[in-house]
Design a protein around this ligand. Sequence first.
Ligand code: BMA
Length: 320
Amino acid sequence: MTYRYSDLFHRNKQNPILTAGDWPYPVNSVFNPAAVLLKDGTTLLLCRVEDRRGHSHFCAARSANGIDSWKIDDKPTMLADPEHYPEEHWGIEDPRITYVPELNKYAIVYTAYSRDGPGVALAFTEDFVNFERLGVIMPPEDKDAALLPCRIDGQWAVIHRPVSAPRAHMWISFSPDLQNWGGHKMMMEARRGAWWDANKIGLSPPPIETSQGWLVIYHGVRQTAAGCLYRLGLALFDFDHPEICLRRGDEWVFGPQEPYEQHGDVGNVVFPCGLTVAADGDTVNLYYGAADTSIALAIGSINSMLQWLEQQSRKQAIIA
Ligand code: BMA
């Protein structure tokens, strides 16, 4: 009998589901999309699109089933605006979308690539046509950020990943008004040494609200002699105190293994910035950038991820 790790995510057979060749205007690559289910059931991906200067902008792709027949905006949906927002000098990257019921708006938290490095910026939209920018909320060097959909004890909360070279951990910060941020707390530390998530980790899609707490899919960056390996792991955080980690898996659950994930502009990268949860409240469509070149889809289940985290805790208790 051969022992195999169980797969928590199953790749769609049509992967990659979106590539530069699908775009209605010339682009180098499309990757790292934010995802949201609109009220009419349409899946909207806000894709990071890189041009041949190396600068990125966002472009929306919409599909009724979230898999194929994408309708892509015929021009960029959200461009960097360095004239008014100098911190967007070298483009905008890696959006994460959260629907905020209290405001009846979508929050887009993204990387603004400034002359001083990447920082975290916030914008709101109601229709993915007009965008209201609030500017940079976390100065460089910081990225991998998303807003929680509700206030925590009266405060808005943003998860982000400041760099304190050579290491980078996940932090959470709070704000009464979405403009002034403080109460910074470390949420989860990168491990050290041989671990798959040693030295550098970051939030991937926005956290999933579950009955057990915030379920977080995060990425770990393993540095090897052949370059970096971007893989995904799971952790669970307390709902009312999201800085408290309740569970953290030891093993990665998804990593580059298909040719479109291993080869591209940056090989060996799977990098999701968004997911949608189906009407059953369990099935997850995870949308990820593959090798910084195309967009792919993998299907998971919230219950299976929570069960897996429970099994990992039991294993950790036996080892300890
Ligand atoms: C990270 C981010 C992602 C990118 C990944 C691999 O730092 O910049 O946008 O997909 O590197 O290149």
